[in-house]
Design a protein around this ligand. Structure first.
Ligand code: DLL
Length: 433
């Protein structure tokens, strides 16, 4: 078994707790002294840095939320002068202002190491040829992978996302062994290759490094099958430097969190109460080694479960389940809570359709209506209206049976749904709230 940083990746839990406490204390003092926002918030709650004596005291600190970042845009939460900042990334942010991510030189170094750990756990080695099809730019995916793969010594191809035919040409000609992109873009590449009659399964490609959006286990299996690879996953967010916060090991049953950098908690999304390990809730992180913008108890809005389990890979780092969805993506349809991932899991089980779909929510009078447009496989579509109606009924019955909601399925022709090159948009909510 190979680790990138054996000391931390296999550290006994007691040693890790001591390390975390020491760095938590330093970070709380650091932000209290350097960031008026934190000082005011701690003062309001009557907490001084010296009050943090044990790891359990973390729960006494106030939460930080996305709105705090927006209210202090662009650099209000930055703990160092901009002269010490060497890089600034930002999240795309579909609405409002983006979230900024400033880094000092040391922050960049830590991020690079977190990414090297990640890729090493995925099985990437210095002999690999790594096609980096994450968006290169303000988005953290591209440069994060670039730095980590370069640190490992792999040959990196910084192709960025898009231009799918060129991606396929490079995959073939450069004998690429590792593909890095969003899972939905991997699927777009798989599909285009099939149309071009390129058999990616027969190429040297062996590992995928996917992340940046929720995807189900069914989707992972589909990608593994179509590309003939092991589809590994990384999770992260701009607020914590980008990808590399947690990652799959060869076991592929939960993502190890780099907990020497990020202390995780899971809380009840409504009350904010800390939940015990093994319970599903909202993931909260505290960054304990970052200098420029060390977030304290940041509410990620991502829903998962933390598990302290013995992993066959030998890593002792705590694991989080595959992200189930975001609390703000949870759809409340006629009072029923539904995650898009539940619908995706069901759809991917049906052989007559492609894994391309859009969930549309409408209102008729006071009633919510759930519509799902899903692409028919070519054979299904060519089967004619009767075949299409039959499959639509089958999908409707399946969703109704499991989620308990009436749904209107519309099978659309092959290619009718826009393909993703980055993070896919799966939900359109047309209801006026
Ligand atoms: O998406 C960082 C990243 C780049 C992660 C490349 C992995 C690979 P943001 O654009 O700030 O950063 O978006 C962060 O994306 O809060 C999650 O909701 C979602 N997300 C990221 N990774 C995963 C994942 C990057 N593996 C937000 N599974 C996060 C599910 C993910 N959701």
């Amino acid at each position: 078994m190979e680790y990138w940083d054996e000391k931390f990746e296999t550290m006994p839990p007691e040693g890790m707790r001591q390390f975390q406490l020491e760095h938590l204390k330093k970070t709380v003092k650091w932000v209290y002294e350097k960031v008026p926002f934190y000082r005011n918030k701690f003062d309001e709650q009557g907490i001084k840095p010296e009050d943090i004596k044990t790891l359990e005291d973390l729960s006494r600190l106030p939460f930080t939320a996305k709105t705090d970042l927006r209210d202090n845009y662009p650099f209000g939460l930055c703990a160092v002068p901009l002269s010490e900042v060497v890089r600034i990334h930002a999240s795309s942010g579909t609405t409002g202002k983006p979230i900024t991510g400033p880094y000092t030189a040391d922050d960049l170094e830590q991020w690079t190491e977190c990414m090297a750990r990640t890729l090493c756990a995925h099985g990437v080695r210095s002999t690999d040829i790594c096609q980096n099809a994450y968006g290169m730019g303000l988005f953290t995916g591209g440069l994060g992978i670039h730095q980590g793969a370069t640190r490992i010594g792999a040959a990196v191809i910084p192709i960025s996302s898009g231009q799918t035919e060129r991606q396929i040409l490079v995959l073939q000609d450069f004998a690429v062994t590792v593909l890095c992109c969003t899972p939905t873009y991997a699927l777009t590449i798989a599909e285009r290759a099939e149309e071009m009659d390129v058999k990616i399964r027969d190429l040297p490609l062996r590992i995928g490094c996917f992340g940046a959006e929720p995807w189900t286990i069914e989707m992972r299996k589909e990608i593994e099958h179509r590309l003939g690879i092991k589809a590994m996953e990384t999770y992260g967010l701009t607020e914590f430097g980008g990808p590399g916060t947690s990652y799959d090991c060869i076991e592929q049953n939960g993502l190890h969190i780099n907990e020497d950098h990020f202390i995780p908690e899971v809380v009840d999304p409504v009350t904010g109460d800390v939940l015990p390990l093994g319970t599903k809730g909202e993931l909260v992180f505290t960054a304990i080694q970052r200098e420029a913008m060390p977030m304290i108890r940041y509410r990620t809005r991502d829903i998962t479960t933390l598990r302290r389990v013995r992993c066959e890979c030998g890593r002792t780092l705590i694991k989080m389940d595959k992200v189930y969805g975001r609390s703000d993506d949870m759809l409340i349809i006629s009072g029923v809570n539904v995650f898009p991932s539940q619908i995706e899991s069901l759809l991917l089980d049906i052989p007559e359709i492609e894994p391309q779909y859009v969930i549309i929510l409408r209102k008729k009078g006071y009633l919510d209506q759930l519509h799902v447009d899903v692409e028919a496989k070519r054979e299904t579509y060519e089967g004619g209206p009767q075949k299409i109606a039959e499959v639509e009924k089958k999908v409707e019955a399946k969703i109704r049976g499991i989620i308990g909601l009436g749904v209107r399925i519309r099978l659309v022709p092959p290619k009718a749904i826009t393909r993703s090159e980055g993070k896919a948009k799966r939900v359109i909510d047309e209801r006026k709230i």
